[in-house]
Ligand binder design. Structure first.
Ligand SMILES: [Zn+2]
Ligand SMILES: [Zn+2]
Length: 556
């Protein structure tokens, strides 16, 4: 009996968490499937992971099937969708399909990280389907907060999938055409099984997300009414927003001065590709000094509170070319991604303390999301009429809300999947929980490692208890010839008239040595473990916290 061809979906990252999106679609009979991968993104390290910059989905499952992995397709160039490509994909030696903007973003990243040309890019365009093995893939233009975002229609003999990527229904997204709802409607009207794998980011929010054009109206007014300087910080990749700001500045007779490498890089790419045609060149921050206070509009990086970005340096009065004064206006045309709120608020407070007016989302529509709210999700269900829905791109709460919404709307099968589940989409939809090996990889400096291999646990311990190193040299009879030499890292300073950590440790070492019988004192291992115990114990009793202790006993 021949086994039937099946179309399956395997989320490897981004389902049950925000970030590091990666999904695999398989086609064929079980045991001999061909695979394509959609997106390969990163998450940023959290404060509980000291020193870890980037986290990505562990591609172990794909490595196990690497001969049958045919290609990677990128929906758009946000870090949570393409940030891991240069780290993970070279191992597969298979093509990457991306639009011109995404390809240019990848090339720029490669150049700035000085990485060799290690992935082969094939350009794709919306409305132009291409074949990869048994899959036909058609990119479909969707509105989002970065140029050239795509949903993907993936067609196989067993059925079809629309993988939305990140999208919204914005009638005027500024830097792109609106979402191609006509194409979605035509797909919905075509016979044959169809599954929808869909963005859940805003599934908890009612209504429809505001348009970029509405944000442009607010910004135009705020820029025109500003008495002195205006500085605006936003996501460097939100080219639509940058266009809106440039137009508003022009209308108010202000020149746009840009500061921040990421913004220069991305707008440079957009200009080269004709995405910001008709916008006057942005001035570099060196030209700032020559402009009158009411004739300048600053565009600054750092909307997430990054300490080295332009707005943070301006707030700390450390920017080499730009300063602001009381009465100037700063607009945060952004929101703080969870985890970044404290840093953003600190910058805002620094500015307010200097008499600078700070305008945020609390004051008006200075920012909008790039993701669909509930009415937009319902609209997409109506256009596509899918038999199967799988919510992705969200934490548990978002996925649950999206699952309920899909069921309420009458979609026959809704699976609340998580990373590592295997879902048979067609024929006979079925979910197999935890079927596939998944996990995280940390990028720690230049080293890619599993959480277990990483030194993060030790770093956390060090950050809590500091480190004490004690070194002594003893002779064959156990007499101390030199030391103890003591080095302290990360311990509090103690008042002069009290016991210091150093004197306490010296006394402890002397007392411990005395307590060991002379015969045993010549054994470095005995000394080592006795000193380890006593130093840790005595310092712990004094401080109220257990320090990390390393003892070196040298015998001569
Ligand atoms: Zn995105
Ligand atoms: Zn995303």
């Amino acid at each position: 009996m021949t086994r039937p061809n099946e179309l399956v979906f395997v989320p490897l990252g981004g389902v049950g968490e925000i970030g590091m999106n990666m999904a695999a679609y398989g086609f064929g009979p079980e045991q001999s499937r061909k695979w394509i991968v959609v997106d390969c993104g990163v998450t940023f390290g959290r404060p509980s992971q000291p020193g870890i910059e980037l986290i990505m989905a562990d591609p172990a499952f794909l490595e196990d099937n690497s001969d049958d992995v045919l290609a990677l397709i990128l929906t758009h160039s946000h870090e949570d969708h393409y940030g891991a490509v240069l780290d993970l994909w070279p191992a597969f030696d298979k093509p990457v399909y991306a639009t011109a903007f995404t390809a240019a973003m990848l090339a720029a990243k490669r150049a700035s990280d000085q990485i060799l040309d290690n992935v082969e890019i094939t350009l794709m365009r919306p409305g132009q389907p291409f074949a990869v093995g048994p899959f036909t893939i058609e990119p479909i233009n969707v509105a989002h907060s970065i140029p050239e975002s795509n949903a993907l229609l993936i067609t196989t003999e067993a059925g079809r999938v629309v993988h939305t990527g990140d999208w919204k229904l914005d009638p005027n997204p500024i830097a792109a055409a609106p979402t191609d709802t006509g194409r979605f409607e035509a797909i919905g009207n075509t016979e044959g099984p169809l599954a929808l794998i869909c963005d859940s980011t805003n599934a908890l929010k009612d209504g429809q997300s505001p348009s970029e054009a509405q944000v442009a109206e607010t910004l135009t007014r705020l820029i025109a009414e500003a008495p002195y300087r205006v500085a605006i910080t936003t996501f460097a990749s939100n080219v639509g927003r940058i266009i809106s700001i440039a137009r508003a500045a022009q209308a108010a007779g202000r020149s746009v001065v840009m500061s921040g490498r990421a913004m220069h890089r991305i707008t440079g790419i957009a200009r080269e590709l004709g995405i910001i045609d008709g916008i006057a060149p942005f001035l570099d921050h060196d030209e700032y000094k020559n402009l009158p206070r009411d004739k300048v509009c600053l565009l600054l990086t750092g909307s997430q509170g990054e300490p080295r970005a332009a707005i943070a340096r301006v707030a700390r009065e450390e920017h080499p070319a730009i300063d602001l004064n009381a009465g100037d206006r700063v607009i945060f045309s952004s929101w703080a991604i969870p985890g970044n709120e404290r840093e953003v608020i600190d910058i805002q407070n620094m500015l307010i303390d200097r008499g600078i007016e700070v305008i945020t989302q609390n004051h008006g529509l200075v920012h909008t999301t790039g993701h669909p709210r509930r009415d937009e999700l319902r609209k997409l269900y109506d256009l596509l009429k899918p038999q199967v829905l799988i919510p992705v791109h969200g934490e548990a709460a978002h996925l649950e809300a999206h699952t309920k919404l899909g069921k309420q709307h009458g979609i026959p099968t809704v699976f609340s999947a998580r990373n590592g589940d295997l879902v048979r989409l067609f024929p006979d939809p079925m979910i197999f929980p935890g079927e596939v090996r998944t996990g995280e990889l940390y990028l720690d400096g230049n080293i890619l490692c599993t959480p277990e291999e990483s030194g993060v646990k030790g770093r956390r311990r060090l950050s809590f208890g500091g480190h004490i190193v004690v070194s002594i040299v003893v002779d064959g009879r156990g007499q101390v010839i030199s030391g103890p030499d003591i080095s302290l890292e990360g311990l509090p300073e103690v008042e002069e008239d009290e016991d210091t950590f150093e004197t306490l440790i010296q006394r402890t070492v002397a007392g411990t040595l005395k307590s060991i019988p002379p015969k045993r004192r010549s054994d470095p291992e005995v000394l080592n473990s006795a000193l380890q115990r006593s130093v840790r114990g005595e310092v712990g009793a004094f401080w109220g916290k257990k320090p990390n202790v390393t003892i070196f006993v040298h015998r001569v």
